[in-house]
Design a protein around this ligand. Sequence first.
Ligand SMILES: Cc1cc2nc3c(=O)[nH]c(=O)nc-3n(C[C@H](O)[C@H](O)[C@H](O)COP(=O)(O)OP(=O)(O)OC[C@H]3O[C@@H](n4cnc5c(N)ncnc54)[C@H](O)[C@@H]3O)c2cc1C
Length: 467
Amino acid sequence: MDPRIKMWGDEPYYGLGYDFDPTWFLSDADRALEAEIIDACQRVIRPLAIECDRTGAYPRASVDELGRLRLLAMIAPEGYGCRAASHTQVLMATEAIARYGCPSTAVIFMMHLVAVGGLVFRAHGNPAIESLLRRMDTDALIGTASYTDPETGGHFWYPKTSSATRVADGWHVKKTAAFTTSSGHANWYLTQTTSPDFSGDYSDLSVFLLYPDEVKGNPDTWDAMGMHANQSAPVEIDAVIPENRIVGWPGDGARSNDEAIDPLAFLQYAGAYNGVAMACLDVARRHALRRGHAQYGRRIADYATSQDSYGEALCEAQASRLFAYGMAKAMDDATDGGSWEMYANDPDAAPRSAFTAWGLEAKVLAAGLASRVSDRMLQLCGGRGYTRAGEIERLVRDAKAGWVMAPSNEVSRQIVGRWALLGVESVDWWNQKVDERALRNELGKLDAAEKQQLVDELSAELAGAGD
Ligand SMILES: Cc1cc2nc3c(=O)[nH]c(=O)nc-3n(C[C@H](O)[C@H](O)[C@H](O)COP(=O)(O)OP(=O)(O)OC[C@H]3O[C@@H](n4cnc5c(N)ncnc54)[C@H](O)[C@@H]3O)c2cc1C
């Protein structure tokens, strides 16, 4: 077998070959792993993507493949029997699962690995976490990050309807989550609540590990436009859990977001939605080469307008992919190839947080790309693309999830723009900073009597606060 030819079972791949992949970012070992993932996609994950999109069934056999490939705990250190994977490998694996296999499974993998990041960040010295990481691949233990609060939506770092209290020998954790991928199917859950000593500061967060008997999931109730198989339904938690199931320590949640949850989420958003865009290009290529028009003796691919549309979409995809791989490479350089071991000696180390703005940009680029490219490739495929037989309509529906997933592209762009224009201090993740300009502008609209009324109201409020 010629390793320069991308295979799909016994045949050359019908989509774009390796000459359109940024292979120079990958080592020989990375490329060998990618070939294994493509093989698993061809045999198991892609057929299940089609079936589970129709039935809404959870793709458990695909998850088992991820365990077999040792991807579930891939970022954990070798000391736990894991791959100690780089950011580049995580990006490659996520893109490959979405592209050759199943976008729903890619999001299952993403929400899982984000949660694994939270665990690995504080694994050192916690037997409950260390034991889970050791068993994760062999037992195919799929996890998930149950974060989004029903009241604060896509600002997932702002958990209003949550709490944790210290009880004898453990913690009483309460949480409602509006969306949780693998709801009711996960083997373990990572969740974030306000801290046990919470006093109104929403940046005071804590992270907990829970098991299915402590979580009320809603299996098989997910009913959405796309991503049918990923079961991103609500979750409720009202459980007392042992002491060592806090991940890190009370108040460590914001740091966990900055250094573990967000970096992996942004990297994998990029992988998943760049992968969806590439899947659209692959499927459209197959159709454009097969479908001919008798009146002209030409195929869709032979029209100059198709070539222009395809070329434009590919150029946009390559820019987003290079952005993501460039970021992954920089993160690898900053972490000795993706190591998580520095936090054992230095819990405040923050090499990954340095890439937050880049991560937001990578997410915006990839989610926007998938939305636009899927739309254009459906049009390229014509009415046959609109039918289920062509596969592209499934990808169009799946692609739309990226834009709205948190932080949505609107929220992400606003954070990046604000940060760039006004500095990082102005980002104000937890709505704590007074906008003096807006405040003075509004006060300027009040007449003397209205100002006096406001003064009276504020005085009464202050007097009440002093009681
Ligand atoms: C397929 C899928 C899987 C998911 N999996 C998980 C999971 O595993 N775990 C998890 O915790 N969550 C998960 N989520 C939730 C997801 O990450 C978002 O939190 C959720 O989609 C937000 O939805 P919402 O309706 O509450 O949006 P809202 O936050 O209500 O946003 C609605 C609209 O308002 C806009 N908007 C919001 N705030 C602002 C603002 N300040 N300025 C300007 N515009 C604003 C948004 O851009 C959007 O257009 C998943 C969601 C989907 C679709």
